[in-house]
Design a protein. Structure first.
Length: 226
């Protein structure tokens, strides 16, 4: 009588590959990770918390992301990079400096509104030099698109199309602050009188107005003025 076939034993700690879910399940884990990172920070979020938020076991998280470094790489490459690419999508084809910066700010505000985890991660893990995503974002995402914007801004300033007191590198920092800080601190300023009427589009108009009127070259003073 032939011997009964047996199933080879699994290695400890490695879950069976899910028969359903596949990439969708991996995406759900990434969505849970960025939501938890936004609320508690990377250091304050154990793998078990991500698993609980996604409704799976920690072993399944480890199946898709064997270590924390791979998880953080995936967050940068698959969640943050697509957002930044959408924000900078039209930058290379926009020649007017005011339109360039206002368009960037508008897209950044709308991206932050559509992905509520972005402002928290930006404040905790990207803007802070000690944040666990800071170096990854600078090396993998931020430097190339930022340089692509700074070059035309510097050229516009040299042609006299921008206020000469404006510094292109600081313009990018100011733009990100104008767009992201109100989203990250909404829980504070929404308590102010009249703030209940400020929605995403009101914030877009507010930041656009600040940028539009602050970028222009000031009119020349009267002859002989100091």
């Amino acid at each position: 009588m032939p011997a009964a076939r047996t199933t080879p034993p699994r290695r400890p700690g490695r879950p069976v590959r899910p028969s359903q879910g596949g990439p969708d399940q991996r995406d759900r884990l990434l969505d849970a990770a960025v939501a938890e990172f936004s609320r508690h920070g990377v250091a304050g979020t154990p793998i078990r918390a991500i698993a609980t938020a996604a409704g799976v076991t920690p072993a399944l998280v480890h199946y898709y992301f064997p270590d924390r470094e791979q998880l953080l790489d995936a967050v940068v490459d698959e969640r943050l990079r697509p957002l930044m690419e959408s924000v900078f999508a039209d930058a290379a084809t926009t020649t007017d400096p005011a339109a360039l910066l206002i368009g960037l700010a508008q897209r950044l505000i709308r991206a932050a509104a559509a992905t509520p985890w972005l402002p928290g991660i930006w404040l905790r893990e990207i803007a802070d030099v000690d944040g666990q995503l800071h170096a990854r974002v600078l090396s993998r995402i931020a430097l190339h698109p930022t340089h692509a914007v700074l070059t035309p801004l510097a050229a516009a300033r040299s042609r006299g199309e921008l206020n000469p007191d404006l510094q292109p590198p600081l313009l990018m920092a100011s733009l990100i602050g104008l767009a992201m800080l109100p989203m990250a601190t909404r829980h504070m300023w929404q308590r102010m009188p009249g703030a209940e009427e400020i929605d995403t589009e009101a914030l877009v108009r507010h930041v656009s107005a600040l940028l539009a009127h602050g970028l222009a070259r000031p009119p020349a003073g009267p002859a002989g003025s100091g």
